[in-house]
Unconditional design. Structure first.
Length: 162
């Protein structure tokens, strides 16, 4: 494996580095996949929205997988200005620039979505908020019933002890 590509987090083959790296990469892949599926299921789209969604998730993928893309030992790393030095300071500067650019571009894609998409997003967000509020009310009602039953049981057991 001397000539192979060494991926960030997996280069040293030590478990205490590999496990968090693999968990991070898997969690980010799941997050991006679940976000795409959730958006396709619950939002309404116009044609341009599909293109913007692809661009948005492409920038999010670059954002979340930037350690994999820019800190691994790929050949193109030697041609990138901040990453070719392999020092902490220059790599951190490069990562911050990449993160800021990708986040900015993802937000630009979101801001350019159609009114149909924006309205469906707002409706779905309100629906989720109402469902959460109803669940909170139900849980509070269950807690108050449980407290009442507990108080009644305590009172009955105290009276039966006398």
């Amino acid at each position: 494996m001397k000539d192979g590509v060494k991926i960030f987090g997996l280069r040293s083959a030590k478990a205490y580095k590999m496990i968090p790296a693999l968990l991070y990469y898997a969690a980010m892949a799941y997050f991006i996949g679940a976000s795409i599926v959730g958006e396709l299921l619950h939002y309404k789209f116009e044609t341009i929205d599909y293109i913007l969604m692809i661009e948005k998730y492409l920038f999010f993928a670059i954002l979340f997988f930037s350690p994999l893309l820019f800190l691994s030992d790929f050949k193109y790393r030697e041609k990138l200005p901040f990453f070719k030095k392999h020092t902490f300071g220059s790599s951190l500067s490069g990562m911050i620039i990449v993160w800021m650019f990708c986040y900015f571009m993802a937000q630009v894609c979101i801001m350019n979505m159609s009114d149909t998409w924006v309205q469906s997003r707002d409706v779905y967000t309100k629906q989720i908020q109402l469902e959460r509020e109803e669940n909170i009310k139900k849980n509070k009602a269950k807690e108050s019933v449980t407290e009442t039953v507990t108080v009644v049981e305590t009172t009955i057991s105290a009276q039966s002890d006398n």
